[in-house]
Design a protein around this ligand. Structure first.
Ligand code: FAD
Ligand code: NAD
Length: 474
């Protein structure tokens, strides 16, 4: 492609939403360009989100498991086990590089032109790119897909994030050493995942959470309470219904002042590192969206059911529009826009069927409605719960924490929600997603033949309880 040539599609942002949309569009025959200012493709997810956090979660989980459980499993010689933190970080960086490079490889394979630079809308069909290497390029395209994602909300008025001692998730994924004392502000998804990483590596971790519950948005409160018990047993301390009012640098250390959320006496804690993770917000800086007439709803870009914005040639997907800020949701939306533009078909995404997973140990995964949501909506439901303590494979694995809870409509038995705490909850939940997607009843799940001995059998057991009131075992 030559500079200034006309494209069918220009994608701004090469995160999971943007790169999926660009690759799918090219595969369907659209002449596509994708722009990202970050340089390496892959967006938040591959560079500073899903992938580096999971690399550290996996390495720290193995270290912790070896230290804490190998002896009881009859494997000895682990007394002198040590953590080479630099090597863990280097392996994490290798995984990130491999995957971000992999996306650029896919761009080449499918002939997506990749431009490294800052994209700014200059009209309904034009984008100016300030190239990272200097200079500017103007792109014209029949359609434009905005996929500019999100950034950390770091601006608690009293905390200045320096990404070394006072860090966001980005700095926490790149610490130079394991802190002795880590204070996590916000007990949501990032706080629990990265809090777990450092607790396993030896930090004394305290999570300060404003609400009375942990786990972030949408978590069923029964799971939230159970996880708090499990994580407390693992060694994480929680200060619930508490707000941080100051973080001060005192010599080398940090002094964190807290107060009960409802008001009351102040307390102070000391820490080597403070992780601020109180949510993320949509990123539209320097994009020029509003200037060309793209309407917002609150901070979100407003789109219709084909992801078209108020400017008919401009589409938007991923973290900058409605729905949960999750990579798989962004990916599906990117692919749907590509398919719509290339074929005119109108695929859809059931937002009630987007799974959420917290990659702690055990993991927490859910899809559909929580009990709180069903109660608030006045929906009558059946509930079946089955514990992993009654599952053969979990007992053999010596990993029995957690349960599956299956919720279905009281009259029709249609699946409404599935909630899981288990070592591999994030994998088991896919079975529930397939059920909900195809309108299954809990009885359908209860009658599926599932391999034995697997931990997934608990999904069947919980569904039996929901459908028949009893399970054969457990
Ligand atoms: P992003 O991935 O944010 O990508 C947007 C890209 O656009 C960025 O690379 C940015 O540089 C670029 N950009 C922005 N503006 C411009 C511009 N004007 N010009 C050029 N380029 C621009 N989600 C999960 O589903 N599972 C997880 O396990 C998970 N773990 C996470 C862990 C952490 C620590 C964090 C921070 C997030 C995690 N997420 C996870 C969330 C996930 O990363 C996001 O939901 C996902 O990346 C959103 O994809 P996106 O394509 O909308 O945007
Ligand atoms: P979050 O919304 O999950 O949790 C933020 C937590 O901070 C909430 O519990 C909130 O009550 C608390 N909080 C807010 N203000 C506070 C304050 N002043 N003091 C104390 N607590 C406060 O946000 P996050 O953990 O920053 O993660 C951001 C987003 O990134 C997530 O919502 C999710 O979309 C995405 N993410 C997903 C995954 C995953 O899928 N496994 C992992 C990491 C991040």
């Amino acid at each position: 492609f030559s500079a200034g040539s006309e494209y069918d599609l220009c994608v701004i942002g090469a995160g999971p939403g943007g790169y999926t949309g660009a690759i799918k569009a090219a595969q369907l025959g659209l002449k596509t360009v994708c722009i990202d200012k970050r340089g390496p493709a892959g967006g938040t997810c591959l560079n500073v989100g899903c992938i580096p956090s999971k690399a550290l979660l996996q390495a720290s989980a193995l270290y912790h498991e070896a230290k804490a459980t190998f002896e009881s499993r009859g494997i000895t010689g682990t007394e002198n086990l040590k953590c080479d933190f630099d090597k863990m970080m280097a392996n994490k960086n290798t995984a990130v590089k491999k995957l971000t490079g992999g996306i650029e490889g896919l761009f080449k394979r499918d002939k997506v032109k990749y431009l490294k630079g800052w994209g700014k809308l200059t009209g309904p069909n034009s984008v100016t790119v300030a190239l990272n290497d200097g200079g500017e390029e103007t792109i014209t395209a029949k359609n434009i897909m905005l996929a500019t994602g999100s950034e950390v909300i770091e601006k608690l008025p009293f905390v200045e994030v320096d990404e070394e001692q006072i860090v966001s998730s980005t700095g926490a994924l790149d610490l130079k050493k394991v802190p002795e004392k880590l204070i996590v502000i916000g007990g949501g998804v990032i706080g629990l995942e990265l809090g777990s990483v450092y607790e396993r590596l030896g930090s004394k971790v305290t999570v300060v959470e404003f609400l009375p519950t942990i786990g972030g948005i949408g978590i069923d409160s029964e799971l939230s309470k159970e996880m708090q018990k499990i994580l407390t047993k693992q060694g994480i301390s929680f200060k619930m219904s508490t707000k941080v009012t100051a973080v001060e640098k005192t010599g080398g250390a940090l002094k964190v002042t807290t107060e009960p959320a409802a008001g009351g006496g102040a307390e102070s804690l000391d820490a080597d590192v403070v992780l601020v993770c109180v949510g993320r917000r949509e990123f539209r800086d320097g994009l020029g969206a509003e200037e060309v007439g793209v309407e917002l709803e609150g901070r979100k870009v407003k789109v219709d059911d084909t992801f078209k914005t108020s400017v008919p040639s401009i589409y938007a997907i991923g973290d900058i529009i409605h729905g949960p800020m999750l990579a798989h949701k962004a990916e599906d939306e990117g692919a749907m826009v590509a398919e719509y533009l290339a074929t005119g078909k109108k695929p859809h995404l059931d937002y009630n069927n987007v799974p959420s997973v917290l990659y702690t140990h055990p993991e927490v995964a859910w899809v559909g409605k929580s009990e709180e949501q069903l109660k608030a909506e006045g929906v009558e439901y059946r509930k079946g719960k089955f514990s992993f303590a009654a599952n053969g494979r979990s007992i053999a694995n010596m990993d029995t924490d957690g349960f599956v809870k299956v919720l279905s409509d009281k009259k029709t038995d249609k699946l409404l929600g599935v909630h899981i705490i288990n070592a591999i909850a994030g994998d088991i939940i896919s079975g529930a997603c397939i059920g909900i997607e195809y309108g299954a009843a809990s009885e359908d799940l209860a009658r599926v033949c599932m391999a034995h001995p697997t931990v997934s059998e608990v999904l069947k057991g919980a569904a039996q309880k929901t459908a028949f009131g009893k399970a054969v075992s457990g």
